[in-house]
Design a protein around this ligand. Sequence first.
Ligand code: PLP
Length: 339
Amino acid sequence: MENLDWKNLPFGYMKTDYNVRCSFKNGKWSEIETSTSEYIDIHIAATALHYGQEAFEGLKAYMGIDGKIRLFRWEENAKRLLSSSDGIKMAEFPIEKFREAVYKVVNLNKRFIPPYGSGATLYIRPLLYGSSAEVGVKPASEYQFIVFVTPVGPYFKGGIKPVDMLICRNVDRAAPKGTGIYKVGGNYAASLRAGVAAKEMGFASAIFLDAKEKKYIDECGPANFFGIKDNTYITPKSESILNSITNMSLIEVAGSLGIKTERRQVPVEELSEFSEAGACGTAAVISPIGKIVDPDKNIIYEYCKDGKPGPVTMKLYNKLLAMQYGDIPDEFGWISFVE
Ligand SMILES: Cc1ncc(COP(=O)(O)O)c(C=O)c1O
């Protein structure tokens, strides 16, 4: 693709050549089909539209300096989609078919994979939804699975930069035994009020607390939270947060760098004890947090006083990113090549 300004791509949608689709009917998944349309025909009574029977995933394809296309832990996305399907009673999409669909859509859109060194990547978005008509509240009998891709620019243009976040107590994203652990559209709809309010006040994201007691950190909008204290990576354990694949990976990367790790409840007051804090997810790998404002308690927690991410954050970020692009050996067996 010659005329794309890869370095200045936004983190947004752009049309590519193809997407792939598969339907579930009479208890069986069809073969994977290729489409050039960006649109779907959907029944006006589809359960996805009325009862939120929809789940999605997000992963990236990276172009290495060797010209090889790499995927990062795609099996974890396939497994998480299975878990989301179970969580909202949808037909399960088989792991091997997920692989076939992702490889196919990446191959078909090779010309949109950003070049090595641009900081941009090809974002891959699988989605699954209930497509058959129901009027009563019950699971659909038919489903659609689609994967589209879109090139996205580097999350931080001009290098990794700390962002500010706002603690939110007046909106809950997910209840303790609700759907917060699944990657389903309803959770994101529920988070929008808080996210929009935080952005209007100049923050990058809202930080959600546990819905029951409002004592512990849950998540940072669409990313997991971590704090660093005494050379230890500490990340919340909660029954209402998404199990981030980036976070799972950072825990292992931390171990390989001699950094201790803890996954446990993180009380809000502990924010004052961290030397560094960050949000992690596929989009940015890590967004270092400069400041967390707690408006109800009138407290500001500050981390990057010099305006730069902390040393532990940078070590983790650099190692994970280098592994994703193939700059360093894949010591954990997380990379698959799309040929
Ligand atoms: C609510 C939420 N938490 C955390 C994450 C980070 O997960 P991952 O590292 O798998 O992208 C995401 C993004 O997928 C998310 O939407």
